[in-house]
Design a protein around this ligand. Structure first.
Ligand code: SF4
Length: 204
């Protein structure tokens, strides 16, 4: 009798529990993984890493960056946190700490350790929002391309991926210098996301 591979036996809740106990980089940070996996979700959001407020509350995107992301997507908090629709998995699941200029990058070992396992358990994901340079470097396989090039060429990766800038207030200058992003691209992405998440959402 052949046994099934282990990855077929584990469930989203088991993997989430394993992740919750992860201490792989405790030498470098205070482990508190913030991730919402879902076997049903159609939309996956891959961001950077929790900031201090997300670290303190354990709720992903529970900060001004999340407020702006929800406004881009035209989703309220209830819709955004509905794991039947949306899964959330940053490049680094734990707050990486402060560097000289802002937060440190996400720990590299995190995506290497967990992303493959998590993606295998989320077969319904049709589209992934890649938010910020780390997610885009990991998934777009577009060496040498800047974040601005990835975002302006978003249709090249659509519908599997949608590269987006980070909605952090620290990114205000990037947004101001590229008014086309919020004027033209955001409404298209919002429409697409609403269509993808139907019938549970009203059309925006
Ligand atoms: S950042 Fe990722 S790999 Fe590191 S302790 Fe947190 S969950 Fe584990």
């Amino acid at each position: 009798m052949t046994s099934k591979p282990e990855s077929n036996l584990i469930s989203v809740s088991q993997l989430s529990e394993e992740i919750r106990h992860c201490r792989a980089c405790e030498e470098h940070l205070d482990p508190n993984p913030v991730v919402r996996l879902s076997s049903q979700a159609k939309l996956l959001i891959i961001g950077q890493a929790p900031g201090t407020k997300v670290h303190a509350t354990g709720i992903p995107w529970n900060d001004p960056s999340g407020d702006r992301l929800r406004s881009w997507l035209g989703l309220n908090r209830e819709q955004f946190y509905d794991t039947r629709q949306i899964a959330i998995m940053p490049m680094g699941f734990c707050y990486p700490g402060k560097g000289k200029s802002g937060d440190l990058p996400p720990r590299k070992e995190c995506a290497e350790l967990w992303h493959g396992k998590a993606l295998r358990l989320m077969p319904n994901v049709a589209t992934t929002l890649l938010i910020g340079q780390y997610a885009q470097q990991a998934y777009l396989h577009a060496p040498g391309k800047t974040l601005s090039e990835n975002v302006s060429n978003w249709q090249q990766y659509f519908p599997q991926y949608i590269p987006l800038p980070h909605p952090s207030p620290r990114n205000q200058l990037w947004l101001k210098q590229r008014p086309w992003f919020e004027a033209d691209l955001v409404p298209q992405i919002r429409r697409f996301v609403h269509q993808l998440l139907e019938p549970s959402l009203p059309q925006g």
